[in-house]
Design a protein. Sequence first.
Length: 299
Amino acid sequence: MIGEDEQEIFELLSTIFDDREKYVILHVSEGREVLKAARAEKPSVILLDSRFPDCSGHQVCRSIRSDPVTSWIPVLMLSSTAHTYAWKEAIDAGADDYLAKPFNAAVLVAKVEALLAVEQHDLLCSVVLVDEQGNNRFDKNNKLMVMEKTEAHRLGLLHKAISVFIFNDRNEVLLQKRAVEKYHSPGKWTNACCTHPRPNESPLKAAERRLQEEMGLVTRLSEVFSFTYKADVGNGLIEHEFDYVFIGKSNQDPHPDPLEVASWKWVAIATLTHELRRDPLAYTPWLNDSFAGVLEYKK
C-alpha cells in the first residue's frame, strides 16, 4: 500500500514497483483513510508519506501500531526531510524504516524487499500468544503479542494452535507419522495435521492451509471444540497450546510432504482407541488428549 497525497510521487513509486506479478499496489491519498484501508486490505507493507493535508504521517503510523488488526504490518516512512531527527521521529512513531526524498529507486526497492522478507519470516516462524480463554494477548502498546515458536516452546507459553482430524466412509481416521527432522515429537504418530495460525489468520484458514501443505488434501472442515494442554515434548521444549480442533471427511489417500511426514495410514477408530491406551507414548500428547472428545462430536 502507498499512502501518498502527491500524485507525481505516487506515479513515480508505481513505476518503480511496476512488476505486476510481484507487487499489487493500492493507493491511498488521504492520511485518515490509510488506517481504514490497511484494516480492510491488510497489505504486506505500507509506504507512508510523513505529511498529508489532513494529518501527519506520524499520527497515521501510531494509529496503525495501536490497532490490533494492523499493528504487525511493516511501515516504511518517506519524508522530504533528511535530518537525523526526522529519522528518529519516524522510528518513535512506530515506523520500521525511513527514507528521505528524493530517494534512490534501488535503495527503496531493497528496503521494501527487506521488510517483506522479515514479515514473511515472522509469519512463518512465530506463534500468537493467548490467555486461558484463547483470546489474543496484546502488549502495553496494544500490539499483538507473537513470539518465535521455538522460544515460545522453550518457555512453555500458551499459544494458539489447530489440529485436524480426517475420517473416511470406512469409519477410519487418517494418521501421519511425524518426520524425524521435526524439532519436537519426531517419529510419533498423530492426527492428519496440526499447525499454528499466523498473525491475523483465522483457525479455519490455518487448518485448511496446513491440510493442503502437509497432506495434499482439500476438504470441508468444521470446528468442533477447543481445549488446552501442556506437555513436555523433549529437547527442553514444552507444548502449551490453546488448540482449535477441526473434523473433515475424505475418501482420498493423502499425498504428504516428505519433509513433514515420514509415513501415513488409515486406522480403524476402535483400533486407535485401543492403541492410545496400550502405548500412549507412540502418539503425540495432543492426539492423546483430544481423541475422545473428537469421537463425541463425530457421533
